[in-house]
Ligand binder design. Structure first.
Ligand SMILES: C[S@@+](CC[C@H](N)C(=O)[O-])C[C@H]1O[C@@H](n2cnc3c(N)ncnc32)[C@H](O)[C@@H]1O
Length: 251
């Protein structure tokens, strides 16, 4: 898998390239990162990449030509074609199903906006997808691009070892798309509070049932939409439904 990032701040990407799970996977050659700075595709002495918005208003807008030339250079350098993704608050919200679908692809060319945004003519001509990290505004697309790279790379085969397996993570189909259950480690008693008894039982089925019920409880309280989706998908068992009804009876 290969990610090309078009960014005015290539040095920011050292975080995903060099550190943690994604850093280890990069060293192992499981994914590659190439950064393209639009300033390297300018032709004036000031290496200008932005200008004032037509129609007035605050801030600056990224010019189309340096971005288009950077994307073209990335496309030429890639062995396989890839989606050209603009990080944007106006895009489709990034989520785990999208991360899973991207993990099955060849990677992406990720465009990191800055300032007020990007000239619309560049978007219309070159961008295939727009992705948002959430309903908030970042100063630039770099943190959003890094979040996407991290979420996708950790799903690639062989990237996580068994201890880190993504199967038990929140939103995973193996967990019926529910939120993860709480985790505990040593010591057995911390600040007077003991680890829940089922986790100490050594009884696999009991532990699995306790975790399932904690997932259901947390998801019902915080993300009822995920319970609905699991129900629609037929991912909830009769035992799950009984437990969910018992939660309602408590209220
Ligand atoms: C200050 S923002 C521009 C926001 C834009 N004027 C708007 O209101 O939609 C600069 C850049 O940060 C990136 N960005 C900001 N928020 C983002 C988000 N929630 N998801 C993805 N990218 C974001 C985009 O690349 C955007 O072009």
């Amino acid at each position: 898998m290969r990610f090309d990032v078009v960014t005015l701040f290539p040095e920011m990407f050292g975080i995903v390239r060099d550190l943690g799970v994604t850093g280890r996977a990069h060293t192992q050659g499981r994914w590659a990162l190439h950064a393209w700075n639009p300033r390297d595709f300018t032709h004036d002495v000031h290496r200008t990449v932005d200008d004032r918005p037509y129609g007035g208003g605050p801030g600056m807008v990224m010019m189309a030509a340096p971005l288009a030339d950077a994307v073209q250079a990335a496309q030429v350098a890639r062995a396989e074609p890839a989606p050209v993704v603009l990080l944007s608050p106006t895009g489709r919200r990034f989520d785990q199903p999208l991360a899973q679908s991207m993990a099955g692809g060849a990677g992406a060319i990720l465009i990191c906006g800055r300032y007020e945004g990007v000239d619309q003519r560049f978007i219309d001509r070159h961008v295939t997808d727009e992705i948002s990290l959430g309903d908030f505004v970042l100063s630039g697309g770099e943190l959003a691009a890094m979040a996407i790279i991290d979420a996708v790379v950790r799903l690639l085969p062989g990237v996580l070892n068994d201890d880190e397996s993504a199967i038990q993570d929140s939103f995973n189909p193996a967990l019926s798309g529910l939120l993860d259950s709480p985790h505990y480690t040593r010591p057995e008693v911390y600040a007077g509070e003991a680890v829940p008894a089922p986790l100490l039982s050594g009884h696999h089925a009991r532990i699995a049932r306790w975790r399932r019920e904690q997932s259901l409880r947390l998801t019902a309280a915080r993300r009822p939409d995920l319970i609905e989706r699991a129900r629609e998908q037929g991912w909830l068992t009769a035992e799950d439904e009984r437990f969910l009804r018992s939660l309602q009876d408590l209220h």
